[in-house]
Design a protein around this ligand. Sequence first.
Ligand SMILES: NC(=O)c1ccc[n+]([C@@H]2O[C@H](COP(=O)([O-])OP(=O)(O)OC[C@H]3O[C@@H](n4cnc5c(N)ncnc54)[C@H](O)[C@@H]3O)[C@@H](O)[C@H]2O)c1
Length: 441
Amino acid sequence: MAMAELSTPKTTSPFLQSSSRLRLSSKLHLSNHFRHLLLPPLPTTPNSKISCSVSQNQAPVAAQENGLVKTKKECYGVFCLTYDLKAEEETKSWKKLINIAVSGAAGMISNHLLFKLASGEVFGPDQPIALKLLGSERSIQALEGVAMELEDSLFPLLREVDIGTDPYEVFQDVEWALLIGAKPRGPGMERAALLDINGQIFADQGKALNAVASPNVKVLVVGNPCNTNALICLKNAPNIPAKNFHALTRLDENRAKCQLALKAGVFYDKVSNMTIWGNHSTTQVPDFLNARINGVPVKEVITDHKWLEEGFTESVQKRGGLLIQKWGRSSAASTAVSIVDAIKSLVTPTPEGDWFSTGVYTNGNPYGIAEDLVFSMPCRSKGDGDYELVKDVEIDDYLRKRIAKSEAELLAEKKCVAHLTGEGIAFCDLGPVDTMLPGEV
Ligand SMILES: NC(=O)c1ccc[n+]([C@@H]2O[C@H](COP(=O)([O-])OP(=O)(O)OC[C@H]3O[C@@H](n4cnc5c(N)ncnc54)[C@H](O)[C@@H]3O)[C@@H](O)[C@H]2O)c1
């Protein structure tokens, strides 16, 4: 990384043109709430240079010798080091910086995801990013540790890291919000109780997104129960298009592809057109009727239809639980990969004839699924962040029956959270079978 002269860049870099409020620094910002607890004040003067932070408290010697430090009080550790943006040839071809919020950023999934985001693997090698990390009060120390690891990784595309516990601060102007943070379902906890506790988190975060995020922010809800949490979130964010909210079912899609590939004896890149219908729970429906292997309908390749109807579906539904039994913890790395896949499916055009699954708002769906739910369905994207539902899918009696079961479950969940969606008094009856979330034992 090029180090520094003091002169104000004369550059016409897209960075400088793109936004008057853009901070040209890869520094660790803490929300005000927290910053003053731990750190000396950050510089308040507008900074026209990029700084790179590594350590704490003392202005680096080189910076002092070069006369870069105006007053020691105004700079913090290596933030005092500056270099000329113009000196970096590559930044001239970079796109405008985007703000990405990640909640639950000190958790296991984020621990994999953040480094993928910062590396350029998700948004591309010419897309600088700012990471806005939201944690719970309890996780704030850990969050600082995460931010330090990000610093130490020296990712050129990672230009800012903010951490905080207030969604109204952290979500300011974000263009993507990856909502992972949620309470895990404890031993003996009813699903209804989980819906209420986590639902409250997503109601609050929906309100915050509505108030301060970019009006076209794309929201991906991962924290469980993710479909109903996504519904709560969108209901609390009336200024953001409902279409922009997603619940993550991509891990289920990836698992389904893997199981079909194993059974057919092919590598998993040969499996396409895989839909997960419904809820991210054990009522989800992995669709082998429309899926293809090497472009051929699955039922023609795998003739063991009893396995498709029973063994396959169960193997996908229970994959998460099995993994916990083997490893003693829930899937984090493969979930992070599936979040990457879900985002990439929206920012790159879907290959001709193929589609992907994501939990989206059902209004206007062509399958006869009840409106006003967040339901996993087959989608295609032009790569502009938006998507359309795939119309040409076949739904037979087998699929219809199972889709209806998942739909009934989501309708029941919706009644449980009516107090969080502005639809009156909640009434919670999830039936005799308290369906588990994938991954729960
Ligand atoms: N949709 C899917 O496919 C899928 C797959 C795996 C896990 N999950 C869900 O993802 C969630 C996170 O999983 P994990 O393994 O990373 O859990 P984790 O317990 O390791 O991390 C969760 C983090 O969220 C934080 N948190 C809690 N409440 C918060 C709040 N209100 N705001 C911000 N942060 C908050 C916690 O402090 C913790 O650091 C869980 O709900 C899990 O069930 C979903």
